[in-house]
Design a protein around this ligand. Structure first.
Ligand code: F6R
Length: 611
C-alpha cells in the first residue's frame, strides 16, 4: 500500500526521503514522488510512475534539494497509476500533501471546492485535502490550526503529511485509520508510515494515535489528540537489527524469510515454554484468570492470517474443547453477529494495521466479547495497542509481500494459545500436553529438515512452469494448509490455484482434472491418510498429475503420474506448520521459473491499510 516519508533537518534531505521510499517498496506501489522546500523557500516537486528507481534517476538529472520535504509511494485506488495522480499533490504552489488511505466524501468536497474556484489536476481523492487545507490556511493563517479544521470535514481513513511555503520550518501530520510514526533524531526529525522507512536515520520513535495531529520541526515535536488537547506520546526505542531490511545471501526476501523459519520459530517459543507446559505468563499477567472464563473463541483475520485461524479452529476444538468460529474480517465487520457468552475475540495479523481486521476489532469492542487478543508480528501496531491481550509472533520484519515466516509463527502462537486454554480449562490431557511441548521444542529442527528438501522441490517446480491451473487438496487441518499453498502460488506465480478439502473432489472439482491440471496434496501420516489416498486414486484415474508432499512412512511412492516429496515425520498436531514450508518453496521456485516479481507481485500490497 501507499507509503509516506518526511524529514526536516539541517542537511539536504532528498537522499533520506529516497532511502525511506526504497525501504517501503516492499509494501507494493505503482508511482512515487517527493516535494521539498528549496533554499529559496519555494516548493519543488518531482513525480514518476513506476518504481522509486525512476524517481531517483529523475532526481539525479535535477538540482532539486532542500532541508524539509515529504515523499510518497502510491498504490492506486482513485485514478489510474500515472504521474498525474502520483503524490505529492499541490495547491497554489504553496502547499503539498501526501496521503495514505481513502477519503470517502471526496466527491462532495471536490464539487464544493471546484465551485469555489480551486483547480484540480488529478483524479485522486487526495487532492481535495490539499485544496481544503489551503482554504483553511487562508482563513486561519496557521498550518496546525488549518489541519485541525480540515480533518473535521474528512470522512474515511488517512495518514497524511503536509508542508507549506508559508511556514517553511515544519511538517504537519494527521492520523486517522492509517498509521504514522515520528522518528526522533538529533537536531532533525522524521515522519513515516512505517518505522522501517526511517531505521537508517534513527531508532527512536513516537507512534501517533488515532485522531492525533503532529507538528514536526527540526528541534521540536508537538502533538494534539483527537479532541485538540496537547499530549505527549512516549518515545519507543526500536531494537530490531537494521539488517532485517537486507536480502543477505538470498536472491529474494521471500526466500530469505522462508529460510529464517527455524530461527524465528525458535524465537517465538523463547520464554514461553516451561518444562512440560506453556508458561502461564506467555499471554500477559491477566491471561490465566481470563482464559479460565473462556467458553467460545471467535477468530477474525484476512488472507494468510485467516488461514492460520482456520488451522487453529481444528486445534481449539480438538485439544481445548472450545467451540471456535473463524471469519475473514471484511465479512465479519459488516455482519450482524450473535455473540455467545464468554467468547474470546482473537485477531491475527502480521502487520497489525490491516484495515478490515482493525475495524472488526473496533466493532467487537461494543459487541460484548469477553476480551480481545491480538496475535501479531508488530508490537507497536494499532491492533496490538487496541487489544486487551497480545501475543507477539517475533518473526521480525517480513519484507516479501507473500507472507511466509509470519504465517508459521502465527501457527506457533495459536498452538500456544490452544495449549494454554486447554490447560486452564482442564480439557487437555496432561500426557498429550507434555508431548506437544516437547514436539514444539523440536520444531525448529524439523523445519530445518523440511528446508533441506529444497533441491527436490525445485525439481518438482519445473512441472508447473507452463501450467495455468492447479488444485490443492488437504484433509482436516491440512485443508487450510492447502488453501495457504494455493494462495502463495497464485500470488507470486499468477497461476490460478484452488484449494479443496480432498473429500469434496468428487462433488464437483473432479470435472476439471485432466493432464493439464496438476493436483498438489499434503499427506501427513495421520488417520485420514487412507481416505486421502483414495482421493488421489480418483485423480490418477482421470489422468491428473499428482504432486504429493507425504510423510516418509505414508506408503505413497514416486512413479508414473506421481511426483513425491518425502517429508520428515512429525506429530500430527504440528504437521500444518511443517507442511506449509514445502508449499512455500514450491511457489517460490515456480515464480522464479516464470520470471515474476517474487517480492513485489503485481497489484498486491504488503500492508492493506484501506478497505
Ligand atoms: C498473503 C498475505 C496476505 C495477508 C493479508 C493480511 O501472502 O500476506 O493475504 O496475510 O493481507 O495481512 P495481515 O496479516 O498483515 O493482517
Amino acid at each position: 500500500m501507499c507509503g509516506i516519508v518526511g524529514a526536516v533537518a539541517e542537511r539536504n534531505i532528498t537522499a533520506i526521503l529516497l532511502e525511506g521510499l526504497k525501504r517501503l517498496e516492499y509494501r507494493g506501489y505503482d508511482s512515487a514522488g517527493l516535494a521539498v522546500l528549496d533554499a529559496a523557500g519555494q516548493l519543488q516537486r518531482l513525480r514518476r510512475s513506476g518504481k522509486v528507481a525512476e524517481l531517483e534517476q529523475a532526481l539525479r538529472e535535477t538540482e532539486l534539494g532542500g532541508r524539509l520535504g515529504i515523499a510518497h509511494t502510491r498504490w492506486a485506488t482513485h485514478g489510474a497509476p500515472c504521474e498525474r495522480n502520483a503524490h505529492p499533490h499541490l495547491s497554489g504552489n504553496e502547499l503539498a500533501v501526501v496521503h495514505n488511505g481513502i477519503i470517502e466524501n471526496h466527491e462532495a468536497l471536490r464539487r464544493r471546492l471546484q465551485a469555489e474556484g480551486y483547480e484540480f489536476t488529478s483524479d485522486t481523492d487526495t487532492e481535495v485535502i490539499v485544496h481544503l487545507l489551503r482554504q483553511k490556511l487562508d482563513a486561519l493563517g496557521d498550518l496546525a490550526a488549518a489541519l485541525q479544521a480540515a480533518v473535521k470535514e474528512l470522512h474515511g481513513a488517512y495518514g497524511l503529511a503536509v508542508i507549506s511555503t508559508r511556514q517553511p520550518d515544519r511538517i504537519l501530520a494527521a492520523r486517522s485509520g492509517s498509521p504514522l510514526v515520528i522518528g526522533l533524531g538529533l537536531g532533525e526529525n522524521f515522519l513515516a508510515s512505517d518505522q522501517l522507512a526511517l531505521r537508517q536515520v534513527t531508532d527512536r520513535f513516537l507512534y501517533l494515535e488515532e485522531g492525533d495531529i503532529a507538528e514536526i520541526r527540526r528541534d521540536a515535536v508537538r502533538i494534539w489528540d483527537v479532541t485538540g488537547v496537547p499530549v505527549q506520546r512516549e518515545p519507543v526505542q526500536y531494537h530490531e537489527g537494521a539488517e532485517a531490511a537486507d536480502k543477505g545471501e538470498f536472491r529474494h526476501f521471500m526466500l530469505k524469510e522462508i529460510h529464517e523459519q527455524p530461527k524465528v520459530v525458535q524465537r517465538a517459543l523463547e520464554n514461553r515454554l516451561g518444562a512440560d507446559q506453556v508458561l502461564p505468563q506467555a499471554f500477559g499477567p491477566q491471561a490465566a484468570e481470563l482464559f479460565a472464563r473462556v467458553r467460545n473463541v471467535q477468530i477474525v483475520a484476512c488472507g494468510t492470517s485467516y488461514h492460520a485461524g482456520m488451522v487453529a479452529r481444528y486445534w481449539l476444538e480438538a485439544l481445548a474443547g472450545l467451540p471456535c468460529q473463524v471469519e475473514v474480517a471484511s465479512e465479519f465487520r459488516y455482519r450482524k453477529v450473535v455473540v455467545q457468552p464468554d467468547t474470546l475475540f482473537v485477531t491475527i495479523s502480521q502487520s497489525g494495521e490491516t484495515a478490515d481486521t482493525l475495524a472488526a476489532l473496533r466493532n467487537a469492542k461494543a459487541a460484548g466479547y469477553l476480551a480481545s487478543l491480538a496475535i501479531c508480528n508488530v508490537g507497536t501496531s494499532s491492533l496490538v495497542r487496541e487489544s486487551d491481550l497480545t501475543l507477539l509472533t517475533q518473526a521480525g520484519p517480513e519484507i516479501g509481500v507473500a507472507s511466509t515466516k509470519a504465517f508459521t509463527t502465527q501457527l506457533v502462537g495459536l498452538l500456544l494459545l490452544t495449549l494454554s486454554l486447554g490447560r486452564v480449562r482442564g480439557t487437555l490431557d496432561g500426557e498429550l500436553e507434555r508431548t506437544l511441548v516437547e514436539e514444539l521444542r523440536r520444531l525448529p529442527t524439523r523445519l530445518g529438515e523440511a528446508l533441506a528438501m529444497d533441491p527436490r522441490i525445485e525439481e518438482v517446480a519445473e512441472h508447473f512452469a507452463e501450467k495455468q491451473h492447479t488444485l490443492f487438496l488437504g484433509r482436516g487441518e491440512q485443508y487450510p494448509v492447502a488453501m495457504e499453498g494455493a494462495l502463495k502460488l497464485k500470488e507470486i506465480s499468477y497461476i490460478h490455484a484452488e484449494a479443496y478439502p480432498a473429500g469434496e473432489l468428487k462433488h464437483g472439482p473432479l470435472a476439471l482434472v485432466d493432464a493439464h491440471m496438476p493436483v498438489v496434496t499434503v499427506a501427513p501420516n495421520n488417520e485420514l491418510l487412507e481416505k486421502l489416498k483414495s482421493n488421489l486414486q480418483e485423480v490418477r484415474a482421470r489422468g491428473g498429475e499428482l504432486i504429493v508432499f507425504a510423510d516418509r512412512e505414508a506408503g505413497i511412492e514416486n512413479g508414473e503420474g506421481t511426483l513425491l516429496v518425502k517429508m520428515p515425520h512429525i506429530h500430527d498436531v504440528l504437521s500444518p506448520i511443517l507442511y506449509t514450508v514445502p508449499l512455500q518453496l514450491l511457489s517460490y521456485h515456480v515464480a522464479v521459473l516464470r520470471g515474476t516479481d517474487v517480492d513485489q507481485p503485481r497489484n498486491l500490497a504488503k500492508s492493506v491499510t484501506v478497505e
